[in-house]
Design a protein around this ligand. Structure first.
Ligand SMILES: [Zn+2]
Length: 144
């Protein structure tokens, strides 16, 4: 495999991440219309998924909750204290994602995602609308 071939997944990953960040900012990557996130358990995937639906053109984008929370300030700060740059590391190389633990509770619907890293943990709790209702763990120690 040449060096050029090795670059391809990285480029693709950057493209996907760019598309995804745009959608997660509540703008459709296709038509820039408003998008609505919906969190649910998927029978097809192991992960709990977030589906972003465009209210204008109907385009949908799926991701798993753990990946969707990667670029939140708390996650970035948590990773940085352990020497991991979330934005400069390919998603599949991040220890945060490969070791993620996601649990779901009902009534009210809550998804808890824990990122373990070097013995520390950062935990997010989100509701069915992908609103973060709680962040706990090592983020308490940060000087902000
Ligand atoms: Zn759209």
């Amino acid at each position: 495999m040449s060096a050029h071939d090795e670059e391809l997944p990285r480029v693709f990953e950057r493209y996907v991440r760019c598309q995804f960040e745009r959608t997660k900012s509540r703008f459709c990557s296709n038509c820039s219309g408003p998008t609505t996130p919906q969190v649910s358990e998927s029978g097809m995937w192991d992960h709990v998924t977030v589906k972003f639906s465009c209210e204008r053109c109907g385009q949908t984008l799926h991701s798993d909750v753990a990946t969707s929370l990667l670029d939140y300030p708390d996650t970035i700060a948590f990773a940085r204290t352990h020497g991991v740059d979330v934005r400069e590391t390919a998603i599949w190389e991040l220890p945060l994602v490969t070791n993620d633990e996601t649990t779901v509770t009902a009534e009210p619907f809550r998804v808890r995602v824990t990122y373990p890293l070097d013995g520390d943990e950062l935990t997010f709790v989100v509701d069915e609308e992908f609103t973060i209702v709680d962040v706990s763990g090592e983020s308490d120690r940060y000087d902000t």
